[in-house]
Design a protein around this ligand. Structure first.
Ligand code: NAP
Length: 326
């Protein structure tokens, strides 16, 4: 008798606990979701505050990703300094930005500084002009770049120097000219648009890939050295983006490639990539891979299974070579 009543009581108690647990689960999950939402909202407001009124320099702002970065940073309230070689195209963009109005957001008129990144002296005097615009720079986005298509066997060493000059020595010279003022203010952010090809090398892109590997290495080093000075460094490694990059690429003899590759034409929307850059800069992210599953997998294969990666690349080189000969 006693045993039965004890077990009945235990069963009733168990049922009640289960009911209580069942009622608590949605409450706990709901509260956690609400807290997460609030946290995300707070983070977003804080990140936007990092951009509002910030002096942001964008190189290569006349086209592609740079142009889209200009649009999103402008919309977020940045004081832009647009850089490139073509003043007319930059003026056109500055005018377009002027016409964008947002009643909720204070927006600023963009400044323009033109220079050729491959000319170190021009970069030095451009940096002085940039610093004169607002007295300082909060965020420097080294975006400008040129691509390359060619076989190493038929590529002149001057082409390697040309690509390194624009993609590597240009951003290094500009960064080093701006950096002392950031260190003095103990504040600043240097971002660079590298590429997935700064993490893995694919055939017939030697000069480009080498320049982006050098970029990754330099800015990783810079990040470590700058942390104690309060200057943040972000490296972005996008996969293919739908821009003019392949059209403007140089070939082994220095001539223009002039072809819109299928991979580029089918690449990511530059406006979407620019939004991702804005978010990651706001969050002061250090190393950002902006690529689809296949290039991301390739980066992991190169790191974890290098022999497999080398075999895959050699087979790709043979196939591409054969396709060119057919
Ligand atoms: N598109 C892609 O698939 C892809 C993928 C990964 C990474 N990226 C990187 O994204 C960045 C932007 O390229 P994009 O795709 O937007 O190509 P894009 O449309 O060809 O734009 C390149 C920009 O760089 C500027 N530029 C080129 N040479 C220059 C020089 N000597 N001095 C100063 N500025 C120069 C150009 O300005 P001016 O000609 O007006 O001077 C232009 O605004 C590059 O660093 C590129 O490597 C692109």
């Amino acid at each position: 008798m006693v045993v039965i009543s004890c077990s009945n009581r235990r069963t009733a108690l168990g049922r009640r606990s289960m009911e209580l647990f069942g009622n608590m689960v949605p409450l706990v999950l709901g509260s956690a979701g609400l807290l997460l939402l609030l946290y995300q909202l707070l983070q977003r407001t804080r990140h936007r505050a990092n951009i509002q009124d910030a002096v942001v320099v964008i190189t290569g702002a006349s086209s592609g990703l740079g142009k889209e970065c200009a649009r999103v940073f402008h919309a977020a309230g940045a004081r832009l300094i647009l850089c490139g070689r073509d003043r007319a195209r930059l003026q056109e963009l500055a005018q377009d930005l002027k016409e964008v109005a947002d009643s909720k957001q204070k927006m600023h008129t963009a400044s323009i500084v033109t220079f050729d990144l491959s000319d170190t002296e021009a970069v030095a005097s451009a940096a002085e002009e940039i610093l004169k615009c607002h007295g300082h720079v909060d965020i420097l986005i080294n975006n400008a770049g040129v691509s390359y298509r060619g076989m190493i066997l038929s590529t002149h060493v001057d082409v390697h120097k040309q690509v390194m000059g624009i993609n590597y020595f240009g951003p290094v010279a500009l960064t080093q000219a701006i950096l002392p003022s950031m260190v003095q203010r103990k504040s600043g952010h240097v971002a660079v648009i590298s590429s997935v090809q700064g993490k893995i090398s694919i055939p017939f892109r030697s000069a480009y890939s080498a320049s982006k590997h050098a970029t990754q290495a330099y800015f990783d080093c810079l990040r470590a050295e700058m942390e104690q000075h309060g200057v943040a460094v972000s490296v972005f490694s996008p996969g293919y983006i739908r821009t003019n990059l392949s059209l403007n690429a140089v070939t082994g003899d220095g001539s223009k490639y002039g072809v819109l590759d299928r991979t580029t034409a089918e690449g990511q929307d530059p406006a979407v990539v620019a939004q991702a850059v804005l978010r990651a800069v706001g969050q002061r992210k250090k190393d950002v891979l902006l690529a689809g599953p296949l290039p991301t997998l390739a980066v992991y294969i190169r790191t974890l299974f290098p022999e497999l990666f080398f075999k895959l690349m050699a087979s790709r080189a043979r196939k591409e070579q054969r396709a060119k000969q057919d």
